[in-house]
Design a protein around this ligand. Structure first.
Ligand SMILES: Cc1ncc(COP(=O)(O)O)c(C=O)c1O
Length: 411
């Protein structure tokens, strides 16, 4: 049987071991929720202090030019581009995933006149589906959201489909889709493809250009460590940018925002997908979050992530057998993102009992506990300690305590 010392030995040999020092993680806490909110980088507080006191406080509005605030959506976009296999001029940081999806879906539909369907997977992240539902209402039903099971996607790609919209990694199970295959299938059917990278950007190497992906969105607050409410990003392949028009045509996406012309003219390139004034404090925090990736080999990141999740699955099954747990993530690490979902009938109470013992994961209704392994800062001992905590809670029925039965508004 494996002991804690075995896991300590793996940490000692981990080439990414020192990265954890870049994060301000509380002692004694096992943080397995970087797939929901990334940990705080140590550098972020100083960056924010500087922006607030020097740039905002002292230099005030002159900072838009003097400190390059105006360039931040592009600059931070270029930093994200490196993590997702995109060119520096193909990514911009702005708004939320929800808003970006709306903009990109509208633009995609306009590029495919005569086609009215947005095809997606049943059970995909709700906001993605809600945004297309809203668009369909706005268009009086001239846009249709078609939902099918994951293994029926290719068969459902008919001549009505304008856009195939997919979650690269499923937010519940952690299943990783084959980006290359699905992109080829969409293109063969004459459709565009959009990937939501919320659970893959920063967790595994994403190759948008190599796979010829058209569009993508992702968020800044999970594996990119940008902080709560960090702005999202969007990607538009360079070959499509000039032909695309988005509906939220605000002044920051205008060709000459400070000419104050009456008529909208889209900016050149990806900047046309901006709408309003960017959130400077949040952009600077996201930029600091992205610096935690500097010099990291994406292959090493993926290797460690696959090992962490694999060990967690093996140990859960070994140590917690007979307690009603069921691993709901793919067994093959190549088909999995960086989190593991574990089903338990009382998953919500168990998840709260874990948090009370210092193991932070999260819960997705009706019965899934999720454990995210951020390879930049999670350790092999985190696998051991979290499974030991799980064993302690299940073997003593500690989760039955009344304090763990109450549902919080955020799970
Ligand atoms: C796959 C996916 N898409 C979108 C979102 C959220 O998007 P937004 O930035 O609009 O809040 C999440 C949040 O967890 C998500 O997991």
């Amino acid at each position: 049987l494996r002991t804690r010392a075995d896991f300590e030995a793996m940490d000692a040999k981990d080439p990414l071991r020192c990265r954890r020092d870049r994060f301000a993680l509380p002692d004694g806490l096992v943080y397995l929720d970087g797939n929901s909110l990334g940990a705080l980088p140590k550098a972020t507080a100083a960056v924010l202090q500087e922006v607030v006191q020097q740039e905002w406080g002292r230099d005030l509005i002159t900072s838009w030019n003097r400190h390059g605030w105006i360039d931040l959506p592009r600059r931070v976009g270029a930093a994200i581009a490196r993590l997702i296999g995109a060119g520096p001029d193909e990514v911009v940081v702005t708004d939320s995933i929800s808003i970006n999806l709306f903009k990109l879906a509208c633009a995609a539909l306009r590029l495919r006149p005569g086609r009215r369907v947005v095809l997606s997977e049943r059970g995909g992240f709700p906001t993605d589906l809600y945004m297309i539902q809203g668009l369909s209402e706005l268009m009086d039903g001239r846009v249709e959201l078609r939902l099918v099971a994951a293994d029926e996607l290719e068969a459902a790609l008919d001549a009505d489909v304008a856009l195939l919209m997919l979650n690269h990694v499923d937010y519940r199970s952690g299943r990783l889709l084959d980006m290359g295959r699905l992109t080829r299938a969409a293109h063969e059917a004459g459709a565009l493809v959009l990937f939501d990278l919320a659970h893959s950007a920063g967790a595994l190497p994403v190759e948008l250009r190599a796979h010829d992906v058209d569009l993508a969105v992702g968020c800044g607050y999970k594996y990119l460590n940008g902080g709560p409410g960090a702005p999202a990003f969007l990607f538009v392949a360079a070959r499509l940018q000039e032909a695309m028009r988005q509906p939220l045509s605000g002044w920051f996406g205008h060709a000459a925002p400070f000419a104050f012309e009456e008529a909208y003219r889209p900016a050149a390139g990806v900047a046309r997908f901006l709408s309003g004034t960017p959130p400077i404090l949040s952009l600077r925090a996201l930029e600091a979050g992205l610096e935690t990736f500097d010099g990291v080999d994406p292959g090493a990141l993926r290797e460690k992530s696959m090992r962490l999740t694999q060990l967690f699955i093996e140990l859960i099954e070994e140590r917690c057998a007979g307690f009603g747990l069921d691993v709901a993530s793919p067994r093959d690490p190549k088909r999995r993102g960086s989190h593991v979902a574990v089903r338990h009938a009382e998953g919500h109470a168990v998840s709260k009992a874990l948090i009370a013992r210092g193991v932070i994961g999260d819960f997705r209704a009706p019965d899934l506990m999720r454990f995210g392994f951020a390879p930049l800062y999670n350790r092999y001992v985190d696998v051991f300690d979290s499974v030991e905590a799980m064993h302690a809670i299940l073997s003593t029925n500690a989760w039955k305590d009344a304090v763990f039965q109450h549902r919080e508004s955020v799970t």
